[in-house]
Ligand binder design. Structure first.
Ligand SMILES: [Fe+2]
Length: 319
C-alpha cells in the first residue's frame, strides 16, 4: 500500500487533518510519506493517524526527519520511560507495580503554550503516540498561531511586528494553579531568558506567527513591566477568543504530530488516581526568525559617516 491510497480528511475547517489508509510502521521510512507529512504539517499544523502499531525505533526515526531529536526527559527522576529508546519521553502520572515512575508528568490540565520557548532553538515538531488513556479520555487542543496573527487588528500588528520578548524559565508554568497563584520571579531573573521575536516567520510557508511566551510577566525590552504584562495579557486574551483550534481525545494507538512553532497546545486534566501513558518525541526547530529582522542597507562605497547615517534608519529595534 502506497501513499496514493491515503485519504486526507480535515479535522476542522481551521486546523488539522486526519489520514486514513496509513500503515505508519511500513510507510514511515519512505521518502514519499515523509514528504507528504511535511507538506501536510506546513499546511495544516496537526496530523492525526489512528489505530497504529508503532515500534519505538520507527517513531524516533520518523521524528528525526524534522530536526535533531531532543532529550527532554526530567533529569534525575529515575523514571522508566522506554528502555533503549533514548528519545522517547513517556508522559504519564503512573507508577509501575514496583513503584517506579512510568515517565514524567502529572494529571494536571495545561494552559495554552508552546513547548520550550526559552530555548535558543525551540522544539520544532512534536509527536505523540498514545499507549493508554483514562475514561473519559482527556482532550489535547491545538490552536493555529498563523491564523491568530492573521486575525489580529491591523493596529495591533503594527504595534507588535518589530517587538522582541524575553522568554524566561518558570517551572510548571503551564499548570493553571501555578499560573494563577505562583509569584513572579524577581525582575533580574526574568531578564535572563532568551530574546525571541513576538512575530516570527514560518519557514514552511513564509507566513507570520504570533509567538507568545506562556508567562504574562515576561519582559518586552523598552517597555516597563506593567506595559509588557498588559500587552501580553491582551494578546493571550485575544488567543482565547479565536476559533482556529481543534481538540482531540487521544485514544490508545492514536498517533499525532504537530508543528510546535506555529501552534499552541493545551490539555484537559484527569483524576490523579487514573493513569494515562503517552510517548512524546521532540525534534529541534530553528532559531526563531523575526518577521522583520534587523538589517542594514548595502552602503559599500559610501564614506563611513554617510553609511552610518543611512543605516541609522534601518536599526529598527535597538537593544
Ligand atoms: Fe506541551
Amino acid at each position: 500500500m502506497g501513499i496514493e491510497n491515503i485519504v486526507v480528511e480535515p479535522l476542522t475547517e481551521h486546523i488539522g487533518v486526519e489520514l486514513h489508509n496509513v500503515v505508519f510502521e511500513a510507510m514511515a521510512p519512505t521518502r514519499p510519506f515523509i514528504d507528504m507529512m511535511k507538506r501536510l504539517l506546513d499546511e495544516h499544523r496537526v496530523v492525526l493517524i489512528r489505530g497504529q502499531k508503532i515500534e519505538p525505533g520507527t517513531a524516533q526515526d520518523f521524528t528525526s526527519n524534522f530536526g535533531p531529536l531532543l532529550d527532554i526527559k526530567r533529569q534525575g527522576s529515575g523514571a522508566l520511560h522506554v528502555p533503549d529508546a533514548e528519545w522517547i519521553k513517556v508522559i504519564s502520572n503512573g507508577k509501575t507495580a514496583d513503584g517506579q515512575l512510568i515517565g514524567d508528568g502529572n494529571s494536571s490540565a495545561q494552559l495554552w503554550h508552546t513547548d520550550s520557548t526559552p530555548w535558543e532553538a525551540p522544539v520544532g515538531h512534536i509527536a505523540f503516540y498514545c499507549r493508554q488513556t483514562v475514561d473519559p479520555a482527556p482532550s489535547t487542543y491545538f490552536m493555529d498561531m498563523i491564523k491568530v496573527y492573521e486575525a489580529l487588528p491591523q493596529a495591533m500588528k503594527d504595534r507588535i511586528d518589530r517587538l522582541r520578548v524575553i522568554h524566561h524559565f518558570f517551572p510548571r508554568q503551564i499548570e493553571p494553579e501555578i499560573h494563577r497563584n505562583a509569584p513572579s520571579m524577581p525582575l533580574e531573573d526574568r531578564k535572563l531568558g532568551t530574546l525571541h521575536p513576538l512575530v516570527r516567520r514560518h519557514l514552511g510557508t513564509g507566513k507570520p506567527i504570533l509567538y507568545l511566551p506562556t508567562r504574562r510577566d515576561s519582559l518586552i525590552p523598552d517597555m516597563d513591566e506593567a506595559e509588557s504584562r498588559a500587552l501580553l495579557t491582551e494578546l493571550w486574551d485575544f488567543v482565547d477568543t479565536c476559533p482556529f483550534k481543534v481538540g482531540h481525545a487521544m485514544m490508545p494507538d492514536d498517533y499525532v504530530i504537530w508543528d510546535n512553532s506555529a501552534t499552541v497546545h493545551s490539555r484537559d486534566g484527569w483524576p490523579a488516581e487514573k493513569v494515562r501513558i503517552m510517548w512524546h518525541i521532540s525534534a529541534e526547530g530553528e532559531v526563531p526568525i523575526p518577521l522583520h529582522p534587523r538589517r542594514t542597507l548595502n552602503t559599500i562605497g559610501l564614506d563611513p559617516d554617510k553609511a552610518r547615517e543611512v543605516n541609522k534608519g534601518m536599526a529598527m529595534v535597538d537593544y
